[in-house]
Design a protein around this ligand. Structure first.
Ligand code: ATP
Ligand code: MG
Length: 442
């Protein structure tokens, strides 16, 4: 699958590229206009100068004793001329020239109006019925430099605008997407059993329908799951009474049956019925674990709950369970007391069932609400250990069971956003089995 691309990156690059292109287009347009206007202004100055010099030149030439002699105009102070000019007669003979004028840069024959050579812009005008011509030359370098500087002035802001646009878009998109990130966090923070609608304030209009669709989907999913769970819970519940009645009948039958195969068969049926009752009890626990409501509104002190649970099991099991409690008086957690009871029951039941019968079982709780149940017995290989929390998966054990106990425990643990670990051999031992649950502290 192609990795999804970042909206921030795409918008940043796209907008910056678009802005740069538009800016370049606008620069070219503005530059052409500026160039045109500059040329007009320069041309008009050139024309004005020629028209000013021409009458003076005519006067001067006509006052000469020898008008057909060429003459350099003397300057008051030596300087480099920006504009140079020639005054010629119709045949091209030079009658007067500015002191820096180079005749090679002018047209061979005097011409009126504007002409452009490689390096000069020329303007010609005539007087005395086209017998005297003036031509004035201006180097093009100056105009080109002016145009170049105008271009740089237009392009320079772009250098600053590119990073500003990139950063600006990045920041702007980031701020705009804040509510989307909040939405993502709200989805991620959900416990497994939480299918209530996700509420996030002020999502962008483009994302809002999506969030609504997700909420509809969650609602449908919740209804479907509820239907399934209530079916499991109801059937398990409905089975209880007939099972108990049948069990009582079978027990009576076994007592009343004469010694022999009939009694043995009745005993077998009794055992099967007990198994069935146990399975229906586990199914009910699983339905409860999946049904949500695993967190209680008010924090619960785990110490009395644990002490009571262990006490109950100790009475049935010849005081095999050792309880280790933290020194502090109470450990508050958000877990629902019923859910905690089911979790504890399954773990202790397993430890009693699969642990070595001559060894005690250790149950401990720390101040950080870490619950550990440890029993001795042969270690369970890692490959088997990994799958024990799956439904209907059992280890290689002669003892009967349905393979649901650890699945129920895991469902509860996930439902309260806690963590659970199976360790075998138990920590600090050569053998045994350990279940570690980090419960949520209130
Ligand atoms: N404390 C333990 N010590 C050793 N093995 C264990 C322990 N707890 C569980 N196991 C192994 O994990 C398997 C799965 O346990 P789980 O509680 O899920 O099912 P079960 O005990 O077989 O059946 P159920 O609990 O539904 O009656 C068990 O069959 C057993 O092999
Ligand atoms: Mg079990």
């Amino acid at each position: 699958m192609k990795p999804s691309s970042s909206l921030q990156k795409r918008l940043g690059l796209g907008l910056t590229l678009g802005m740069t292109l538009l800016w370049l287009g606008a620069t070219v347009g503005a530059w052409l206009v500026v160039q045109h206007e500059l040329n007009e202004a320069f041309d008009s100055a050139l024309e004005e100068t020629a028209q000013r010099i021409l009458p003076l030149a005519v006067l001067e030439i006509s006052n000469r004793e020898e008008p057909r002699e060429a003459q350099h105009v003397a300057t008051l102070k030596m300087h480099k001329e920006y504009l140079t000019y020639l005054v010629r007669d119709a045949s091209g003979k030079i009658l007067m020239q500015s002191h820096d004028a180079n005749p090679k840069i002018f047209n061979q024959q005097p011409t009126e109006g504007f002409t452009t050579s490689e390096k000069y812009r020329l303007y010609g005008a005539s007087a005395l019925r086209e017998t005297l011509f003036i031509e004035i030359a201006e180097p093009l370098d100056h105009r080109r430099e002016a145009a170049r500087e105008a271009l740089f002035a237009l392009l320079l802001p772009l250098l600053a605008l590119i990073p500003v646009s990139l950063l600006g878009t990045w920041l702007f998109v980031r701020i705009s997407l804040r509510s989307v990130l909040a939405y993502r966090r709200a989805v991620e923070a959900r416990g497994v059993g939480d299918l209530s609608p996700i509420k996030v304030a002020r999502l962008p209009a483009e994302i809002d329908p999506l969030a609504e669709a997700v909420n509809h989907l969650l609602e449908r999913l919740r209804k479907a799951l509820e239907a399934e769970r209530s079916f499991t819970a109801n059937s398990a519940h409905e089975l209880r009474t007939p099972l108990a009645a049948t069990l009582a009948q079978v027990q009576r039958l076994r007592h009343e049956a004469p010694e022999g195969p009939l009694r043995v068969r009745a005993a077998k049926i009794e055992n099967a019925l007990r198994e069935l009752a146990r399975l229906s009890e586990k199914l009910m626990q699983l339905a409860k674990a999946e049904g949500g409501g695993l967190l209680s509104e008010t924090p619960q002190d785990l110490i009395p709950l644990l002490a009571h649970g262990v006490d109950e099991w100790n009475q049935r099991s010849d005081q095999r369970i050792e309880l280790h409690l933290p020194s502090q008086a109470s450990v508050y957690s958000n877990i629902d007391p019923d859910a905690f009871g089911i979790l504890l029951r399954n773990l202790i039941e397993n430890a009693l069932k699969y642990g070595a019968t001559d060894q005690p079982i250790e149950v401990s709780l720390t101040e950080q609400a870490q619950l550990r149940v440890v029993n001795s017995g042969p270690a369970v290989p890692q490959s088997v250990l990994q799958h024990l929390t799956e439904r209907f998966v059992r280890g290689h054990s002669e003892i009967s069971g349905s393979g649901l106990g650890l699945a129920i425990t895991k469902t509860i643990v996930q439902g309260v956003n806690a963590r659970m670990k199976l360790v075998s051999p138990a920590t600090g031992r050569q053998d045994g089995f350990e279940v570690c649950v980090w419960l949520p502290l209130a």
